[in-house]
Design a binder for this molecule. Sequence first.
Ligand SMILES: Nc1ncnc2c1ncn2[C@@H]1O[C@H](COP(=O)(O)OP(=O)(O)OP(=O)(O)O)[C@@H](O)[C@H]1O
Ligand SMILES: [Mg+2]
Length: 364
Amino acid sequence: MGRIVCVANQKGGVAKTTSVVSLGAALAETGLKVLLVDLDPQSSLTFALGIDPDDVEISVTDVLTVGAEVESAVLPAPEKLEVLPATLDLAGAESMLLPVENREFVLRQALEQVGSRYDVVILDCSPSLGLLTINALAAADELVVPLQAEMLSHRGVGQLLDTVADVNRLLNPRLIVRGLLPTMYDGRSTHARAVLADIGERYELPVLGPVPRSVRFAEAPGLGGSILVTSPRSAGAKAYRDVAAALMKAWRVAAPAVKKATRKAPVTKKAAEKSAAEKSAAEKAAAEKTVAEKTVAEKAARKAPVTKKTAAKKTAAKTAAKTAAKTAAKTAAKTAAKPVEAKAVPASKKSTATRATKRAAAPK
Ligand SMILES: Nc1ncnc2c1ncn2[C@@H]1O[C@H](COP(=O)(O)OP(=O)(O)OP(=O)(O)O)[C@@H](O)[C@H]1O
Ligand SMILES: [Mg+2]
């Protein structure tokens, strides 16, 4: 079962959806398989991924209320993401779930169908502590709480953490709070800096980020992607990449794509010596060829005037010179390459062994 991360804060507009998209994209960028789940009737996540909820045939509402298969509802999204989309009718799902037995576990059971297909599942909650958010907390392994780096935006965090304590006790003992994620952080403001310094201590929780305030976040959905592709070198993109790296470190998950990209054969000393020897042998052969050709050509040139017979002789001389030069070059190359070839075998064996050792040592 992949890791399930719930992104929640009942306060509105603190960058929950932005964090789900950006963090999801940052994780997918490393090669992990990521599913995003829209649990907000506003369908902001679905919109942000370029999907019009009006065009969605099977949504998370169908999964939660009529038992539709998750796989049938999942849609491909940009940046190698997949999404379980929401539509406006999700607003009615909570009241439909009320009479259902084990209503807090409906999402968890649904995700069990597809859990093994994904490395990470990220849940985007609505700004409320209603039954859908309780379902998300009951299904999740961990919680990330985005909060604006301003004093007033904290007020709901205590209440959210009380709810987490209840969920831990009654529904999901494995749920942990991975961290607070200060967003829209303006490092130039003394107030924001004071808030950032205070929150970790106040809630005795790890602090991820912070994510800087930037207009690029608002622009990104209109440009058709997350900030990771619309503004890949921005401080905002870097912040979410750093958060993704911190999560992967905590999970002890290696990045498959990055591992592949850096798996170039290392240039060993022996390989470098071999290529240098080959180069000098080729240079020597070329030089000898020029000298041989020049000598034969000079000899031929001395025989004037040029008759039909002498022209034929000249061609023969050229051919002889070429053959002589080729033979000289071959011999020179062989002589230079031989001792290096003998060394090259153990060198390549050694690099295979090094790769195997590295693979065995890499974290699973
Ligand atoms: N770091 C940031 N800097 C500036 N603007 C941001 C940042 N992160 C998000 N925003 C903007 O803030 C607004 C609210 O973000 P978002 O929709 O992600 O919040 P939310 O918590 O999901 O809201 P809701 O509670 O309504 O679901 C959006 O316009 C978004 O573009
Ligand atoms: Mg949202």
